[in-house]
Write a protein of this length. Structure first.
Length: 155
């Protein structure tokens, strides 16, 4: 298999929080609440690795990681033990945690009308934008809590 930097993932419906954290860590991770078997087959044909809690699905697809843990920190550990997660924090917070699209930098004028004033004045060069779902991201306390959690988990 390729290195995780180049790998693409699809996460089944039972692992939504894991999908969010993988996106936060910069991994191209598709997640939706349900998939048809045809959709999963098409995603597997794209070369995506399936992360699943289903013992049935774990035997039906060519590239699968079976996740048998309940807590996100333990799920990340299983993922890491199978693929050796990149610890490159430069990639963290580069994808939309909602839709998986790469985030874009925005200019000051473009961000001003869409973020709180304190964010605009405190982080003017660090505001990012999702061009698909039109959400704005910045390095506030929410991000700090996520970073602390990932650090506590050993990442």
């Amino acid at each position: 298999m390729n290195t995780t930097k180049q790998m693409l993932f699809v996460v089944d419906s039972m692992l939504g929080k894991l999908a969010r954290y993988l996106r936060i860590m910069g991994y191209d991770t598709i997640y939706q609440k349900s998939y048809s078997e045809q959709e999963l087959s098409e995603l597997a044909a794209e070369g995506r690795v399936l992360l699943t809690r289903s013992t049935v699905r774990a035997t039906e697809y060519p590239h699968v990681i079976f996740i048998d843990k309940d807590l996100v920190k333990d799920q990340l550990t299983v993922f890491d033990s199978n693929l050796s997660l990149s610890r490159d924090q430069e990639k963290w917070f580069t994808r939309c945690s909602i839709c998986n699209s790469p985030l874009s930098k925005v200019d000051r004028e473009g961000a001003q009308a869409h973020v709180p004033d304190y964010v605009f004045f405190r982080y003017p060069e660090r505001i990012q934008f999702c061009p698909v779902c039109e959400r704005y991201y910045w390095p506030g306390t929410h991000r700090e809590r996520m970073l602390a959690r990932l650090k506590d988990w050993g990442f």
